[in-house]
Structures are given as C-alpha cells and as structure tokens.
Design a protein around this ligand. Structure first.
Ligand SMILES: CC(C)(COP(=O)(O)OP(=O)(O)OC[C@H]1O[C@@H](n2cnc3c(N)ncnc32)[C@H](O)[C@@H]1OP(=O)(O)O)[C@@H](O)C(=O)NCCC(=O)NCCS
Length: 139
C-alpha cells in the first residue's frame, strides 16, 4: 500500500472528498485555501485545507473517506499543514473541532495542537473547541 500526501490546486477533487467526508455540513469555499490531497495506491482518500483568518493559517477541514479511516491520516495532515505554515513564515496555526468529535480532538492533540477556547455555535447549539499550535523550527 502506497500512501502519499501532496499539495494540490484541484478544487473539484477536494470538493468531492469534502462531500464524502462532511455530507451534512455547509459547503466550504476552497478557492482561497491551501489544499492537500491524500492518496492510497493513487486513489484519493482524504484531504485537508487551510485559509488565512485574521492573518493566521486556520485549518478548515480534515477528512478521510470512511473506507480509508484508521491509518492516522489526520495526524499526518496536521503535521503537513503545520510544516507548510511554518515554511511560509507563520508562527501559529489554528483549527477548531466539534467538542463531541473525540477521534478528531485526540488526533489534533497528538499532532501538538492545544485547546484554547470553547464556544457554542448559535444555529446548531453545538459546542466547538478552538485549538492552536505554536510553530517552532521542529514543527
Ligand atoms: C476524523 C477523521 C479525519 C479521522 O480519520 P483518520 O485519521 O483515518 O482516523 P484515525 O486513523 O485516527 O482513526 C480514528 C479512530 O478510529 C479507529 N479506526 C480504526 N480503523 C478504523 C476504520 N476502518 N474506520 C474508522 N475508524 C477506525 C482508530 O483506531 C482510531 O481510534 P483510536 O484513536 O481510539 O485509536 C475521520 O474520521 C473523518 O474524516 N471524519 C469525518 C470528518 C471529520 O470529523 N473531520 C474532522 C473534523 S475537521
């Protein structure tokens, strides 16, 4: 099995994966985002993306299609995004997760993100957690 994660500008491929991984979420506009695609044996299986929010790279999505879950791809996505942000000269990277998404929360903490704030989304009444990672030379 050959796993690759590479940066991509293929918005259509990312949108397909986004729909497969987040079928009930509001659709994300990826046109202004840095994006990475994961493949297993050349088949697209997952993606991540960040955009600048207030000048800080903020990961908007990390998704793995159900058939390819369990290989810690999310942790790899978090490292890839953090490394790219550090190389681009940023000192911090942010993201957020629904507070009940324990698999994702655990993976982000494994990748060095630290919870910094909780908040409630008004429309869904769901709790979210904001996380940050300080980018050092070893990120
Ligand atoms: C969250 C998500 C990205 C994690 O994917 P991943 O990196 O493949 O997940 P992991 O390899 O860490 O596995 C997650 C857990 O499922 C378990 N698992 C193992 N095989 C699995 C399989 N075939 N299917 C699902 N889960 C499996 C893992 O053991 C792990 O549990 P653990 O933390 O107790 O060890 C993925 O579940 C997903 O896309 N979910 C929908 C979108 C989402 O919630 N994204 C994150 C918020 S932005």
């Amino acid at each position: 099995m050959r796993i690759t994660i590479r940066q991509t500008e293929d918005v259509e491929e990312i949108k397909k994966l986004d729909l497969a991984c987040f079928p009930t979420d509001q659709r994300e506009d990826f046109s202004d985002q840095e994006m990475w695609l994961a493949t297993v044996d050349d088949e697209p299986v997952g993606f991540t993306a960040y955009k600048l929010e207030g000048g800080v790279p903020t990961i908007t999505r990390m998704g793995v299609v159900p058939q390819a879950r369990g290989m810690r791809l999310q942790v790899r996505f978090a490292h890839v995004a953090a490394q790219a942000a550090r190389r681009a000269g940023f000192a911090l990277i942010k993201t957020y997760v629904r507070a009940d998404n324990l698999a994702s929360l655990r993976n982000l903490i494994r990748a060095g993100f630290v919870p910094v704030k909780t908040w409630v989304e008004e429309t869904s009444a769901a709790w979210f957690i904001n996380l940050e990672k300080v980018l050092t030379k070893k990120a």
